[in-house]
Structure formats: C-alpha cells, structure tokens
Design a protein around this ligand. Structure first.
Ligand code: TYM
Length: 331
C-alpha cells in the first residue's frame, strides 16, 4: 500500500524552486498514488509570522498547489494545524529522536544562524514534526527537493527506533522521491545558495505569482559570468550561476542540459536569457493567472482546506489510536 505525503511552508511566496523541486512532481504522482499535500502552517511559525500574513500566505500556498494542478477531489489538500494528530504524534517523536540526531541537522544550523541561542525550540524540533506529518498517515513516498533529504533520513531513523523500541512494525519505511533536474534550484544572485522564499533579496528568486514583466526583469538581472555557452553541459563545471540558469531551462522545458548547450553553443548569456524568459513565462503564466483568480476566492480555498482536513483526520485517527495504544496511553 503506497501513500504519498508532502508539504511546503507558508512562510512567504511560493517560488520556482518549490515548483520544480516539488509541486511539479506532486501533480504527476496523483495518477498512481493516494496523495496528501499539506500546507505546513505549524512549521511556518518556527520563525515569527505575522498572524494576518500567515493566513494570507496559507491561502496563497493552497492556491499555488491548485494552480499547479493538485486536484482536491483526487488528492487531500489541507493545512497542518487543522489536523491535531500532527502535534500529538510530534510530541511522541520528541521523545524518540535523540539530541545528537537533531544536532546534525544542517537546516537548523543555517536557519538559526550565529545567534542560535535565540532560535525557537520549535525550530530545533522541526524535523520531528516533519516525521510526524509523514508517519501519521503511514506514508511511504515523499516527493521533495534535494534540501529535504537529511530530514527524510531522520524520519526513517525515527520510524525505525519507534518500531524497535516498542517492538512493532507500525511505521513503514519512507522513500524520498527526488527528481533530477529541478531538485536543486539556486538563487539568481548567488549560484551557491538555494533559491528560497526567505532570502531577503527579492531579486534572488522567481515567485509563482510574479508578473511577466517582473520575471523578465529578474532574469535579465540574474548573475552570470562573461564566458560563452559551451557545447556540452559538463564544460559548465565551476560556473554555478550558468549551471543554474541552464538547469532551470532544462527542468522547465523537459530537455537535457546537453541539448540546451548545443542550441546556444558559442552564444553569451544575453541571448540565452531571452530564450529562458520565454520558457519561464510560457510555463508560469497559466499558474500565475490561476493563482490570481483563486486569490479572489478565499471562501473556496478555505472550503478546500476544511474538506481536506476532515479527510486527513479520518485517515489519521485509527493510526494515531494504534500508536497511543502501543505507547501505553489509556484512551
Ligand atoms: P519548503 O517549504 O522549504 O519547500 C517546499 C518544497 O520545495 C522544495 N524546494 C526546492 N526544490 C528545489 N530547489 C529549491 N531551491 C527549493 N526550495 C524548496 C523543498 O525541497 C520542498 O520539497 N520541511 C519542508 C516542509 C515539510 C515537508 C513535510 C515536506 C514539512 N513536513 C513532510 C515533505 C514531507 C520545507 O520546509 O519545505
């Protein structure tokens, strides 16, 4: 029995990185799997979120899922805080995961920064909540970008330790689904940093609801190098910004990097960026348009989330009940 779970944090606007690393694959998986796609609002508050902004960003994230092609009839689209089992199971996992495991998490180190004593304790146990998200539904497959790999390894460790400590097989082995080309989209300003909703530089990312003019401007201003485009992608070694832009075109157009290099061989990035702008607009304009339409339908979005949350609760309840029984909680 295969089940897919994935999610994104409503901590800002959804980016091209979220689309290529995650949403695009979510949509494709709907045909073969039972899928749950969650807006993880509880993860978002591990760093401060203004309440009105959080609600707006949660609706916007849901609108992005829908606009990208998540079908709320087939799949379960919901927000995490409406299903209390996430919080309940994450507490149990706080008691399973070891300090040493969490201390190895690179995302905590990145996000907490130098002043880590001032980070919320929620940010620290964030991966335990993520494990709870997945295992609350006994999900087996998790489509994510490359940056979530370490968290999924922790999820596997938590599942294995719980199963071992309580001598059970309740939690399945979790398999990451990480797609090649789009798995690691980098900042437009710095090819060594990932494209992120929380980067202070707006010019570093493409948002799914950027207008065509803004997209074009961001691509025009994207950092590159003065070298020409080589005949083969392997010759891009050591040129992270060039690799990233060619990778974005490859992922969006579903072509190989070699194929794109062959097309633009001997040309500079000025020419390439014109082609890239066309591809980005071609792929994103329908999504942007649908997101704009859904922005005027907050009641519809809330209804989708409520309906999804009810279905998610129904799926999770018997599993959580069993977990509580295994742990020895009277109920
Ligand atoms: P988040 O909100 O940072 O990102 C959502 C998804 O988008 C992917 N992604 C990227 N992929 C490629 N290039 C990028 N630059 C890029 N930026 C983001 C992420 O890998 C992710 O798949 N912890 C998760 C949310 C989460 C979750 C879960 C995911 C909570 N519970 C359970 C899967 C299963 C996160 O912060 O994603």
């Amino acid at each position: 029995k295969n089940r897919v779970f994935s999610g994104a944090q409503p901590s800002g606007k959804m980016t091209l990185g979220n689309y290529l690393g995650a949403f695009k694959n979510w949509v494709a998986l709907q045909q073969d799997y039972e899928c749950l796609y969650c807006v993880v609002d509880m993860h978002a508050i591990t760093v401060w979120q203004d309440p009105a902004d959080l609600a707006a960003q949660t609706r916007e994230a849901a609108a992005a899922y829908l606009a990208c092609g998540v079908n709320p009839k087939e799949s379960i689209l919901f927000n995490q805080s409406q299903v209390s089992g996430h919080a309940e199971l994450s507490w149990i996992f706080n008691c399973i995961a070891r300090l040493g495991w969490l201390n190895r998490m690179t995302q905590f180190k990145d996000k907490a920064g130098k002043n880590s004593q001032n980070a919320s304790t929620g940010l620290y146990v964030y991966p335990n909540l993520m494990a709870a998200d997945i295992l609350l539904y006994q999900a087996t497959h998790v489509p994510v970008g490359d940056d979530q790999k370490q968290h999924l390894e922790l999820t596997r460790d938590i599942a294995a330790k719980f199963n071992h400590d309580y001598n059970t097989e309740i939690f399945p082995e979790v398999h990451p689904i990480i797609m090649g080309e789009g798995a690691r989209i980098m900042s437009l300003r710095d090819g060594s940093k990932k494209m992120s909703k929380s980067d202070p530089s707006e010019a570093s990312r493409i948002n799914l609801n950027d207008t065509s003019d803004i997209l074009a401007k961001k691509i025009r201003k994207a950092k590159t190098d003065p070298e020409l485009i080589p005949a083969k992608a392997e010759l891009l070694e050591g040129r992270p910004e060039a690799q990233n832009l060619i990778g974005i075109m490859a992922a969006l157009a579903e072509r190989s990097r070699d194929d794109i290099c062959a097309e633009y061989e001997g040309k500079g990035f000025g020419d390439f960026k014109k082609g890239l702008t066309e591809v980005v607009i071609d792929k994103l304009a329908p999504i942007t348009e649908e997101m704009a339409r859904l922005q005027n339908e907050p009641a519809y979005i809330d209804q989708v989330l409520r309906d999804g949350s009810e279905r998610a609760s129904a799926l999770s309840e018997p599993i959580l009940k069993e977990v509580k029984k295994i742990v020895g909680f009277i109920q």
